[in-house]
Design a protein around this ligand. Sequence first.
Ligand code: ADP
Length: 360
Amino acid sequence: SSYHKILEENRLLYNQVQDLKGTIRVFCRVRPFLPGQFRDQSTVDYIGENGNIMIVSPQKQGKDARKVFTFDKVFGANVTQEQIYADTQPLIRSVLDGYNVCMFAYGQTGSGKTYTMSGPDLTTEETWGVNYRALRDLFRISKARMDVIKYEVGVQMIEIYNEQVRDLLVVHGSNRRLDIRNNSQLNGLNVPDASLVPVTCTKDVLDLMKIGQRNRAVGATALNERSSRSHSILTIHVRGKELVSGSMLKGCLHLVDLAGSERVDKSEAVGERLKEAQHINRSLSALGDVIYALAQKSSHVPYRNSKLTQVLQDSLGGHAKTLMFVHINPEVNAIGETISTLKFAERVATIDLGAAQSNK
Ligand code: ADP
């Protein structure tokens, strides 16, 4: 019977690890050098088969110069948008089975977050990002299941800037600030006042994205500056009705392009810039804290510490699935941010195992 006990323990441990693995996955993507960049020196020394990436710090000597980080997957600079999507697809598809899924793009400004999520250019399908591919896929699968389940898909798009929530899908641009109502009975939407637009095909989606991009630019001195300091969240709400039993299912997918993770030198930043920096740092660390608390199965998860975690509350933890996509820029002058990005990501990625082992 002790044999059975061991078997049972192993099974529990295995389940725990699986369970925690389901909580958060971390993928890392290396941005290629851009035209005109000095490509002789890259801080990425090596990408291994098993999710390893070796970073070399040019200023350091000896064994301190090289450091290995490990994630669920690492994608090198030559990986295409299609390949990236192929690896996120299973998670995204589970939305149609009634899961809540959250995918974040994390990294310093210029590391490729928007490239992964949206792509560089809406007009070429080949470079479409995860957003469009996800919607295209959801439409395709829901069509294929048409005889069994009838699906409805609706989209919201909001921006969080300086801890204020704005609707990006209002047609006539508006700066109205929206409230977050957690666990709201209103269709289960956390930001019930943000436009919820029904979509049935990728053309609908492309039209919406154009509105979203235009609204994002409102009030910004330069679009890039604004978008690097705000979080944008595209949420896809799915409702399905099983035709035979009449039972309903509900899932949602949050695709989050986070504000740039770079640290702002507080001694130099003043006024607006300082306020922005403080808000960004606070919400990114609040996100880290929530993920940490979830992985440790802590009884208190500090969702309320930022707007970002409040909006995403129902989609982090519980039965939700989370994917953190961290981006790095291989240029030598980005080394400081690269290391801190990878440390943050590794903390998110490896806590799972640590928590499982300490429960042994
Ligand atoms: P971020 O959103 O992190 O600020 P961007 O997505 O805007 O960064 O990327 C910065 C620049 O690098 C853009 O010109 C973008 O087109 C380019 N870029 C990023 N990732 C890739 C990639 N995988 N392949 C080709 N170009 C890329």
